[in-house]
Design a protein around this ligand. Structure first.
Ligand code: 9MR
Length: 351
């Protein structure tokens, strides 16, 4: 209680920073930043150990799929809500909240939607989609990744910093604002997020991407667009260093504009990390600590989510399997649902 009282007197960033540097298992302070994980529908239905892991550790859940266009909208006039409905029911049953991912993205698009052309059709479809999906979950999904990954891979080298997509091609950069405005109109209470990756490392491409994202946020705020937070996905690259100063400054600048941050998809791509499990787990945890502490130096995140909870179910080997053939270990629990150092690091930042 004393610790809690003392901590209350400090700024938000200090709260995170203290926690990251000095995790204490002897004095129990209430955990405050909610932790969550992305959920796959298959094991949610068929694997009791997986469900137990989610209910034991998470306050938040997000579908790894299910609300992407290809899943929720296989045909122009067909909305299929089975997966998100199932996840929301599971979350509600166990006292958890659900985030929505995602309303406008370049990827996971059904073929019919990839054929959308021209501003009129694009505006009609995007608006109709967001109105329908957000209205269904109004008041029940309190936070949305409205726009996912809007920035181009190497924006500094291009004349146009936004990533190519059906939406960008037909509407230009105004699709981002249109998506936010539409979501805000349908659910004015929801936290509306633009979600991005590869903005945290010491690397010229990351720095350029971070700059382009900041420019986008400034333009949106200049237009009074309803943007509440930036989602830092946090697919951290093992073998690279977190740009601590650059990331903290970025988060501070967002805070000065009234834009918050949350960690939406953290995991560590361990392709280049040492083979022995323990050594690798420590390297994974250290990278996450650097990432979270840099964020907390700028502002307190509203949530921390990992992209999966157990190494059994992760997207990482789809693109980053190890050359030595060993399984990837990117997530807070191992394949036997035992906690790893990464979970301890996350917990240490949540007070
Ligand atoms: O993990 C997801 C994988 O199972 C899907 O096949 C893929 C395409 O829908 O999306 C992956 O999730 C991505 C997320 O939606 C956006 N940020 C990057 C994630 C990992 O690729």
């Amino acid at each position: 209680m004393l610790r809690r009282t003392v901590l209350k007197g400090l700024g938000a960033a200090s709260l995170c920073r203290l926690a990251g540097q000095a995790p204490s298992s002897t004095v129990a302070a209430p955990l405050e930043i909610p932790y969550g994980a992305a959920v796959q529908d298959g094991p949610l239905r068929g694997n009791a150990a997986y469900r137990d892991a989610l209910t034991s550790h998470c306050q938040l859940l997000v579908g790894e799929g299910g609300l992407k266009w290809a899943d929720v909208r296989p045909a122009p006039d067909l909305f299929v809500f089975d997966q998100p409905d199932r996840l929301l029911a599971f979350a509600a049953e166990h006292g958890m909240r659900m985030r929505g991912h995602t309303l406008a993205w370049y990827a996971a698009m059904p073929d019919w939607a990839l054929a959308i052309r021209g501003a009129d059709e694009a505006e009609r479809e995007l608006t109709h989609h967001i109105e329908t999906v957000v209205a269904r979950y109004r008041g029940r999904i309190p936070s949305w990744d409205v726009v996912n990954e809007p920035i181009a891979e190497n924006p500094g080298l291009l004349s146009y910093p936004l990533r190519e997509s059906v939406w960008q091609e037909a509407l230009g950069s105004r699709y981002v604002e249109l998506a936010l405005q539409t979501a805000a109109r349908v659910d004015p209470a929801a936290q509306l997020v633009v979600n991005e990756y590869d903005v945290e490392m010491h690397d010229p491409a990351h720095r350029r991407k971070r700059g382009a994202l900041l420019d986008l946020v400034k333009a949106l705020k200049d237009n009074d667009a309803p943007l509440h937070a930036i989602g830092l996905q946090g697919h951290l690259r093992g073998g690279m260093e977190v740009d601590r100063d650059g990331l903290s400054a970025f988060v501070s600048e967002l805070a000065q504009m009234g834009v918050g941050v949350l960690v939406t998809e953290m995991d560590v791509i361990d392709k280049e990390l040492p083979a022995p499990d323990e050594e690798r787990d420590q390297a994974v945890a250290a990278l996450a600590r650097d990432f979270l502490s840099a964020i907390c130096d700028g502002a307190r995140p509203t949530a921390i989510l990992t992209w999966g909870i157990t190494d059994s179910y992760t997207w990482v080997p789809i693109w980053f399997s190890r050359d030595d053939g060993r399984p990837n270990r990117p997530l807070p629990l191992d394949v036997n649902y035992r906690r790893k150092a990464l979970m301890d690091v996350i917990d240490s930042f949540r007070v």
